[in-house]
Design a protein around this ligand. Structure first.
Ligand code: SAM
Length: 458
């Protein structure tokens, strides 16, 4: 039980929302421990033999009976799963139950990347995701998580929402998982109670309006906008639906619910229509506090399609011509068509289908990462990058070495370790067949190429 008191103004706001009797249940629930949950990366590994129960609104999500040490599980570092609070995984149900078409998606406030990895899985090879984070240090963590997830369909950018102005009407789906006052985190992170105040709520509301004023214009005609927060109050939730629909023309979208989930639907009258929001309360379910709403942009709104540029010019990216890109695909044994670029002599690959979109995005946004970084090409060989190891792309020319759990942990700690009969040159280290990274065997010693900043320190 937390000894951090709930702010009085928060209590009265919750009583208005829930009533006295239910508020007592709520208050009890936020002093109980949170349930750990994970979402598996089905492209890498479908499940682990943990004691677990499925999360009903997310295909690959599970509640765990106990919290294992994720840091000491090599498959965690291989991107086999993401540790994510269960309510957030409701986006999976939204995407699949509405059947939101794949295409070009934007996650405007994406770090550390929980929802981006979910969107990346949903898009698979039929879409492109822009995962954006305004704070630079957080954009770095976002990149790491995207690299680990490994699907190669994501561009990580580090921009303020206002930099997206030239991309009006460009996206099939925009997710705004807004920075908020965090009332839904009072159980998982009791310290958050100390940071809460009515002034902070007002500040969050202003910031959310600024973000929504931009996000609302980025969705193309017929596309979708998903807005979510981890807070309960109406100012940051219902009022944001009112704000958005007063600025732009959107249609309501209602989500099918199973009553046993105990998700609460709320109705919002605005612009002569009734919109819907969904609240997750910790006294009704195992997830944390959460709010989410979906809206569809009117069909007659502007749609921006990228145009083929005669000449692609960029201040640090160099385009590899289509013929040479096809040659690289053949050489490396990649089946789907890729388009290659180099940055400081390192090769990056994205799906050719999304190249025009990528070129347009690269003209306006600050790129942190895109597609898969393969590494440097020498005359007849490659200096492979860690990003390639963790991606789903084949690594046909490199021998593999399967490691035991203790060897894998030594590798992830970036320690020196010995393996007998290792081939000379670059070798891909795997654990339970999941790639972990590279070593280079020089004959008299082994160099461990696990990235220094990612190494485990336990
Ligand atoms: N979607 C993330 C996930 O599932 O892992 C969590 C996002 S978190 C709730 C909100 C993010 O918005 C933070 O990473 C924060 O740095 C970012 N942010 C803060 N101020 C912002 C602003 N003015 N515009 C856009 N994003 C902002």
């Amino acid at each position: 039980m937390s000894n951090i008191q709930l702010p009085a103004a928060f209590e009265s706001q919750m009583i208005d929302l829930l009533g006295e009797k239910e508020f007592v249940e709520f208050k009890k629930a936020i002093d109980l421990p949170s349930k750990t949950s994970v979402r598996f990366n089905e492209a890498k590994l479908s499940v682990k033999d943990w004691n677990k129960t499925p999360i009903p609104w997310s295909e690959n999500g599970y509640f765990l009976e106990n919290r294992p040490s994720f840091t000491l599980d090599p498959s965690f570092h291989a991107g086999a799963y993401y540790v994510q609070e269960a309510s957030s995984m409701f986006i999976d149900h939204i995407l699949k139950s509405i059947g939101i078409p794949q295409g070009i998606y934007l996650d405007l406030a994406a770090a550390p990347g929980g929802k981006s990895t979910l969107l990346s899985s949903y898009l698979g090879s039929d879409g492109l995701l822009v995962a954006n984070e305004v704070i630079q240090s957080r954009a770095q963590i976002l990149k790491e998580n995207i690299v680990k997830w490994g699907l190669g369909n994501t561009i990580v950018t580090n921009n303020d929402p206002e930099h997206f102005t030239p991309l009006e009407g460009f996206f099939d789906m925009v997710l705004v998982d807004a920075p908020c006052s965090g009332e839904g985190m009072f159980r998982k992170d009791p310290e958050a109670r100390n940071e809460w105040s009515l002034d902070h709520v007002a500040l969050c509301e202003l910031r959310q309006k600024r973000i929504m004023d931009q996000a609302g214009s980025l969705v193309k005609g017929g596309g979708y906008l998903i807005y979510s927060t981890c807070t309960f109050n109406e100012k940051e939730n219902e009022d944001m639906i009112r704000f958005l629909t007063s600025e732009f023309s959107y249609e309501p979208v209602r989500i099918a619910l199973d009553p046993s989930w105990k998700v609460r639907e709320t109705e919002v009258d605005s612009d002569g229509k009734v919109f819907f929001g969904y609240r997750f309360f910790p006294h009704l379910m195992n997830g944390e506090g959460f709010f989410i709403t979906v809206l569809q942009r009117s069909e007659d709104a502007y749609i921006q399609e990228p145009k083929r540029a005669k000449d692609f010019k960029h201040h640090y990216l160099k385009e590899i011509w289509d013929r040479d890109s096809a040659e690289l695909d053949r050489e490396l044994g990649f089946e789907e068509s890729g388009k290659y670029y180099t940055l400081n002599d390192s090769y990056f690959r994205i799906s050719k289908d999304w190249n025009l979109h990528f070129q347009k995005l690269s003209q306006h946004l600050s790129l942190k990462y895109f597609g898969v970084e393969l590494g440097k090409k020498q005359k007849t060989s490659w200096i492979p990058n860690h990003e390639w190891a963790l991606s789903l792309l084949p690594k046909n020319d490199f021998p593999k070495q399967e490691l035991t759990e203790s060897e894998a942990l030594e590798f992830l700690r970036k320690n020196d370790f010995e393996i007998k009969d290792l081939p000379i040159g670059w070798v891909l280290m795997t654990y339970q067949n999941l790639p972990l990274g590279w070593i280079k065997n020089l004959g008299n010693r082994i160099n461990n190429y696990y990235p220094k900043e990612w190494r485990i320190r336990m």
